[in-house]
Design a protein around this ligand. Structure first.
Ligand SMILES: [Fe+2]
Length: 158
């Protein structure tokens, strides 16, 4: 029997499709990571990093909007209550990641425009690489959630 709740459920098929079709996002993450390994001083030499971060921010906005719209559903008829806590946690991380990428863009712009309190390229790089590691973990956990949701659908469970 399905249970009506005010929580999240997972559309595993859509979520998987969004993830498989996300080459642009992976390429941008890799490009920014490469930029982080090439130190620059303040000023115009920081422009390539800023431009890559702008693209990454916009791609992440699209990625999260698609996942939020098609991969997770609120107030749904929930048939996998054991997945609900995990789905809520992962869904909530989207806002945190987006805020962080906006802060990284701002930091890189301060470096580009030589603002008085601009962070160094090194500190931006450390923040990005830490962000990247956590985002990869988020992606892996969503993939595990997809597998669990498929297993529940076909009655395998774990
Ligand atoms: Fe996600």
């Amino acid at each position: 029997m399905a249970v009506l709740t005010g929580t999240l459920t997972v559309n595993a098929a859509f979520l998987q499709e969004i993830k498989e079709d996300d080459r642009d996002l992976r390429q941008l993450l890799s490009s920014v990571a490469d930029r982080c390994c090439r130190p620059t001083g303040p000023g115009p030499t920081a422009r390539p990093l800023v431009e890559q971060l702008w693209k990454l921010r916009d791609q992440l906005a699209l990625h999260f909007a698609l996942e939020d719209a098609y991969g997770y559903f609120e107030d749904a008829i929930l048939e996998s209550p054991r997945l609900n806590g995990k789905a809520e946690k992962l869904h909530a991380e989207h806002d945190v990641f987006f805020l962080e990428i906006c802060e990284l863009v701002e930091a890189a712009e301060e470096l580009l425009y030589c603002e008085r309190r601009a962070p160094s390229h090194g500190s931006i790089s450390v923040r990005f690489l830490e962000f990247h590691t956590r985002f990869e973990r988020h992606q892996r956990e969503e993939n595990q959630l997809i597998l669990s949701a498929f297993n529940d659908d076909i009655g395998v469970g774990d």
